[in-house]
Design a protein around this ligand. Structure first.
Ligand code: FMN
Length: 521
């Protein structure tokens, strides 16, 4: 982990690029690629959910509702778009994020007059949720949900800014329910403020770069404005809000300023189509009061797809998968000698099923990896560990490894009564969960046998010899190796040569099946 101390950068505010990490800029860069669908035709808010569900592309709606508003959906619902956001290949994302977590945090304060997100400031009655393009996402939801909001709040204990992703259920022009049931830093900060009888100022950013969404879900002990900067790999310009003291990225699209009132978990919120693919029921939750809306002049509103049957195409599953992979990497780095790859499946919601590839250096490392993963995150439920030759992003390779390297009575590890994600419907209301590890690695040291080697088409490039006998006198060789040794692209002449050698001097086979010369005299 890098320096946890937040530096207030002395970079002049004019030197900070306020467009580079702007959401609209990211979307513009997707134009003309397979990643983006642009919908110019008039679309009602009611139609939005069906157009986003299961859609592998991000969708830019150019004409929503009677006011022809712009709305962006599904921007973070694919790994390839995250790869673009971080400028690396999909398979390298977790490693890249790990690397960026060592960047120095640079936070640059910008006066409101220079902050793009305060180009338009609406307070009093002008601050109104019902002027925003907020759509009904699932048939039984308790109302319209702002699903892509990132909340910024001040932690009175540390003075740091806390950042998270939390949905808002619009309850009126200036009231919304926030889901604050799961254990989180914001919940702890809020409960401390309720205990003091005080409301908690919170500001929601709606519309921001995909990288900021990853910052919102990572838990590292730093000021999380600094975390945004570390992950961006650039100074983050921040501006103080107009009606509270919270600071937010000045290059955001929209900011919804306000506070959670001091009544605690007082009002019903939900049902809502949740991150595991099922509805969560009605919960008692705090109420957010809107005090101001600030935005860019051409601000782009954002919605995230959550829940449903096609989990891999939801924003939550993709964001959660990256978060899971980063957290597991961090745990594995101390638990095993050589972690090779980590992959969280998005079809399981991005955290329940985790695949790990390791290079075993000592016996027992498969089990170490399993136990490290069990403890790394509450949400992890089933862990699958394989050797480094398996491509863990491939369902086919994982199925094959399970079929051929795994014994149910030898390789299963079950841990009971661990911290659970209460939304898991298989818990039947219990508060703790079982976690299962599947050790699909070869028993230590077994990986050298011919029976554990994976056949592949011949591709030998060996030292050349005049004859098969000369090649064998140099050492034992596979048949294909012998072909290469004598320059044969056919093989039949090697059969004949071996046949001739069989009696004089004599041919043997070693434990690997290679041909050897044996002296029969
Ligand atoms: C798209 C998305 C929506 C989320 N919505 C909620 C939510 O409504 N309530 C919640 O408690 N957690 C939600 N989460 C998970 C939290 O954002 C996550 O646990 C975060 O780390 C909490 O931050 P904090 O501990 O700094 O407060 C959501 C995550 C994502 C990716």
């Amino acid at each position: 982990m890098g320096d946890a101390h937040l530096t207030h950068d002395t970079t002049p505010s004019q030197a900070v690029d306020m467009e580079r990490f702007r959401l609209r800029r990211f979307v513009e860069d997707l134009r003309g690629t397979d990643e983006l669908e642009i919908r110019d035709q008039p679309t009602s808010l009611l139609e939005v959910a069906a157009l986003l569900e299961g859609n592998p592309r991000a969708v830019l709606f150019r004409s929503i509702g009677p006011e022809k508003a712009e709305l962006l959906g599904n921007i973070t619902s694919s790994r390839s778009r995250f790869a673009r956001a971080f400028g690396v290949e999909s398979k390298d994302l977790a490693r890249e994020i790990q690397k960026r977590l060592r960047n120095p945090p640079q936070v640059v304060d910008i006066p409101g007059s220079q902050a793009p997100v305060q180009e338009v400031v609406l307070t009093g009655d002008d601050a109104d949720f019902t002027t925003m393009p907020v759509n009904l996402q699932h048939a039984c939801d308790g109302g319209l949900y702002i699903s892509a909001g990132l909340d910024y709040a001040l932690d009175a204990k540390t003075g740091w800014t806390n950042l998270g992703a939390r949905r808002l259920m619009v309850r009126g022009r200036r009231e919304a329910g926030i889901d604050l049931v799961a254990p989180s830093d914001l919940r702890a900060i809020y409960e401390a403020s309720v205990a003091r009888g005080e409301p908690l100022p919170v500001s929601f950013v709606v519309g921001c770069h995909p990288i900021d969404h990853i910052a919102a879900t990572l838990r590292v002990p730093v000021d999380e404005l600094g975390l945004v900067s570390m992950l961006r790999g650039a100074p983050v310009p921040v501006v103080k809000c107009v009606t509270n003291d919270v600071r937010v990225p000045a290059d955001a699209e929209w900011v919804l300023e306000g506070y959670l009132d001091a009544r605690g978990h007082a009002e019903p919120e939900g049902p809502y189509g949740e991150l595991l693919g099922y509805y969560g029921g009605v919960k008692h939750n705090p109420v957010f009061h809107l005090t101001a809306v600030t935005r860019r002049r051409d601000a782009l509103f954002q919605t995230s797809t959550i829940g449903g049957r096609l989990m891999s195409h939801t924003d939550t599953a993709q964001i959660s998968a990256l978060r899971t992979e980063v957290m597991i990497w961090r745990a594995l780095e101390t638990a095993v000698r050589e972690p090779v790859a980590v992959y969280a499946t998005t079809s399981s919601g991005g955290s329940f099923h985790v695949r790990i590839a390791i290079r075993q250096r000592v016996p027992g490392e498969g089990r170490n990896a399993i136990h490290a993963a069990f403890g790394a995150l509450a949400n992890i439920k089933n862990v699958f560990v394989v050797d480094a030759d398996i491509d863990i992003s491939s369902d086919q390779q994982m199925d094959w490894a399970m079929a051929t390297r795994f014994q149910g009575d030898r390789d299963i590890v079950v841990a009971s009564d661990m911290r659970a994600l209460p939304l898991d419907p298989s818990l039947e209301g219990q508060r703790m969960t079982a976690k299962t590890g599947f050790d699909m690695t070869w028993p230590f040291g077994m990986g050298d046998r011919i029976e554990t080697r994976v056949p592949a088409p011949p591709n030998w490039q060996t030292q050349r010899f005049e004859t098969v006998q000369a090649a064998l006198e140099n050492g034992p060789k596979y048949f294909g190796e012998l072909m290469s040794a004598v320059g044969s692209t056919d093989g039949r002449e090697v059969v004949i040569a071996l046949d001739a050698l069989r009696s004089q001097p004599g041919i043997g086979r070693d434990a690997q099946g290679r041909y050897t010369i044996v002296d029969k005299q």
